[in-house]
Write a protein that binds this ligand. Structure first.
Ligand SMILES: NC(=O)c1ccc[n+]([C@@H]2O[C@H](COP(=O)([O-])OP(=O)(O)OC[C@H]3O[C@@H](n4cnc5c(N)ncnc54)[C@H](OP(=O)(O)O)[C@@H]3O)[C@@H](O)[C@H]2O)c1
Length: 244
């Protein structure tokens, strides 16, 4: 890969977002990476210090259409059209549906699904100007195999898969591919509130007997963003150590 690619990764201070950013910075010396951050910034700042020429932080609350417009404009002003968008920011707020507060439902749908809509809409215009683009949406195994207690998260992530397929068809002839990944458990980013015993049990239930290392998911994202993945669009990849 020799041409400069401009990559925007949301939730880049998080475990997976950081691993994805590092993967691009290490493996594509010609790329520039914008690290989308909201609250915490410490890890993203560390990465930006490691790659001062090619990585920079960008304040991006993914549920804000205004933030998205500003983010894409910042990338374009600095170098040109956005080449790769990784919609990685997300989170869950679990409850049984019978007792789930409306606010819990809405906020999880907002962060995990509405934000992906906003991000894709902002990115596609820019990618059309560059006549090339790769969008990778980070969903979850919960989209394919919905657990009890995650109706909001599972519905949001399943929605991401639907959005991914529709958008892939809309952009298939325009040089823009759109794919989704569905990770199972990721090492270092356990579901909030889980005990060590629950984590050990989940590892035992996984046929590989371990969780994914963040860089194993990041490597697949890197491939989906590569020129070599040019015929792959509208796809969902399950990355779960054969859990399902
Ligand atoms: N961990 C897993 O086992 C697992 C499994 C399957 C899928 N996933 C998915 O993988 C993605 C990354 O998760 P992770 O495991 O790396 O979790 P993480 O370490 O908690 O990182 C999540 C990141 O998303 C950011 N974020 C959340 N809401 C945001 C918002 N409204 N605007 C901007 N940024 C926001 C967080 O920023 P703040 O610091 O500001 O909150 C944080 O940087 C998520 O989409 C998650 O659903 C994770």
């Amino acid at each position: 890969m020799s041409a400069e690619r401009r990559i925007l990764i949301t939730g880049a201070n998080g475990v997976l977002g950081g691993a994805i950013a590092r993967q691009f910075l290490e493996r594509d010396p010609a790329c520039r990476v914008w690290l989308g951050v909201r609250g915490k910034r410490d890890k993203a700042e560390e990465l930006a210090r490691e790659y001062p020429e090619r990585a920079q932080l960008l304040s991006l609350e993914v549920t804000s259409a205004e933030d998205w417009q500003a983010a894409v404009a910042a990338v374009e002003t600095a170098g040109g059209p956005l080449s790769v968008l990784v919609n990685n920011a997300g989170g869950h707020d679990d409850a049984l549906l019978a007792t789930m507060r409306r606010e819990q439902w809405n906020s999880v749908l907002d962060t995990n699904l509405n934000a992906v809509f906003l991000g894709c809409q902002a990115a596609v215009g820019s990618m059309l100007r560059g006549r090339w683009g790769r969008i990778i949406n980070v969903a979850s195994l919960s989209a394919l195999h919905s657990p009890a207690g995650q109706a909001n998260y599972a519905a949001a992530k399943a929605g991401v898969l639907g959005l991914t397929q529709s958008l892939a068809k809309e952009t298939a002839r325009l040089g823009i591919t759109v794919n989704a990944v569905c990770p199972g458990h990721i090492e270092g980013a356990p579901p909030a509130g889980w005990t060590d015993e629950q984590l050990q049990a989940a590892r035992r239930q996984t046929p590989m007997r371990r969780f994914a290392r963040p860089e194993e998911i990041a490597a697949v994202v890197f491939f989906l963003a590569s020129p070599e993945a040019s015929y792959m669009t509208g796809s969902t990849l399950k990355l779960d150590g054969a859990l399902v």
